[in-house]
Design a protein around this ligand. Sequence first.
Ligand SMILES: Nc1ncnc2c1ncn2[C@@H]1O[C@H](COP(=O)(O)OP(=O)(O)OP(=O)(O)O)[C@@H](O)[C@H]1O
Length: 663
Amino acid sequence: MGSGASKKSPTQPTGNQSTPRAPTTANRRAEFQEVEVRAPGNGRPANMSSRNNESFRDQKSPADTAGQRNRYGRHATSSGAPNSLQHGQSGAATTRSSPMRRNDLQDENVTFETFTHNNGREFICANRNGIRYYLDDWHSKDWQPFPERWYSEGKLSPLDDNYNTSKNSSQNNLGGAGGKQERDDREGFLTHPRRGRIETYLMVEKRYVHYFFDRTSGKWLHLPIGWELHHELVKQMVDYVEEALPNWKDRADILALLRVCNYSPDECIGTYLLLEGDEWLKPKRTSKDAEADENKDHKIEELTQKLKNLESELELERKARLEAEKQLQELRGNIRVFCRPRRDDRAQSCLKFPSDQDIWVTNSDGARKTFTFDKVYTLEATQEQIFADTQPIVTSCVDGYNVCLLAYGQTGSGKTFTMMGPENNPGINIRAISELLKICEERRETKTYTLKISMVEIYNETVQDLLTDDAKTLEIQIIGNIVKIPNITEVPVNHVKDIKRVMQQGDSNRKTASTKMNSSSSRSHLVLMLTVEGEDKVTGAISKGVLTLCDLAGSERISKSEATGQRLVEAAAINKSLSALGQVFSALRESQLHIPYRNSKLTQILKPCLGGDAKACLFVNVSPDASNFPETCNTLEFGSNARQVALGQAKQNIQRKPGFPQR
Ligand SMILES: Nc1ncnc2c1ncn2[C@@H]1O[C@H](COP(=O)(O)OP(=O)(O)OP(=O)(O)O)[C@@H](O)[C@H]1O
């Protein structure tokens, strides 16, 4: 500031600190042209648009130069209301204002007050002869009559007496006219849309309170928040807080807290963090961040698309491979035989695996036998690997093929583990049905599928329905090549959870039946049949495939089990049925005219699967334990025999739906 009287802060205890001046009429006009918001104390105008904290922090007041800390224009005065700060009365009288108000406000009897509404807003009020007016908002130029209802909606507090005292006394506080002005970073101005340039001054009371000089009245009035937000110095403080707490968007709210915190942005931030927690510590996102995020999103999108393409390529390859294997299987037409040894870390293993198709069995004398199968697994083979190899055969069921998977081996060799598996590591049964459900779902747009499941147990040559609670015994009817089991329970399966439920029901009925019959599960054959009927929505073709999953009873010899009584009867029945199965394989292998399916219930039920147009897969499960050498050899010989069987090319069971238009 150039000309004008030197100012003294009302609270200024020493001559070193600058104070606001009450402008005279003459000097005020000149000052208004000159006053700018300056970087406190450094003599340069502050960079109004800068949101740079550092430049903000670096601003120094004259007090700083005198060795005192003075951030954001605050001076080190400790307490006390400001002394009289009135500017020249005459200067105010000559400035623009509403004619009516100007006269009113110059009245000696006008006192000024602050009204704080319960909703947090503050207004300047003027009380003239008991009639109150208030200044509405930033855009208002008029004093409005004070609403009656506000008396009950807020609080009126008189401005400090000092501000309502004689307007003339201000002259006493002026510094020497024409004397050199010390810069005072507490003063500034606002440019009001209607009132024009308004001087402001950050005054020190017990805490700092921001006032503006009202030319009309010639008084310093409390600066409303809405106005104060336009003050450059305050704006910088709010910017600083906003930058530190990017989620706190309400600038008026920030300023309100700044006021409470005595215009200390750091204290304001600290208070807010204390109240609101770490949420506010999130760094403010810059346009660079946004751009980086956008690039990242773009990259993720690209990679996701790439992954999708690769996945669909992989899926196509997988389907092509399955199709090729299916065709190969159809051409070969024989029973595929897989050998799976049970994992047993304690056993002295008599097994060796020279290749993935050969297995060596060595007895205690060192004599070795070699067997060859379509696949020989090692002890470490997982359930996933086992299922993957049967998948092409299993899935052909949806295309109308009859498919049969059997597990053969002595008790404890891992048949149930391979077929059913534990709950957390399911075997072929659950995986196969889940896969079929998945394929049916994938084809839903062109085909409608119905899946039904039945579960029976063959014990002592009786067939027991396991999906009914009344232990129903079933008969098997063979008419030509067709095998029927009247009254067998068929449960629809739509979801994987249905499979588990049905399996549990079957398993619990099997246990009950076993107890009633005094048998154990290994003494009976478990046969699970899943019928998959499909109808092509376009051609009307109806396909029907049956997937038969069979966990056979233990194949150990009677002599070894030393069975007597009931056990002997059981063993005889098992022997009979397993022998019948062997005979069927032999007859098929030799292409005999008569295949002895009728020799046991097991072979009767399995007839559609072994009858020439089906696909079959036999697991021979063996124990690695050297003490089981004879049983292991028997099992492997059974498997070798079965592998010689040529079932002929598998056929699809597809019919055209009657009445459906020929295409
Ligand atoms: N590959 C394997 N890995 C780990 N444990 C296995 C494996 N195969 C079998 N077992 C375990 O060996 C034990 C016997 O297996 P499992 O019950 O499947 O034999 P099984 O041939 O079905 O017998 P049974 O004829 O009496 O029904 C079970 O505890 C099973 O969990």
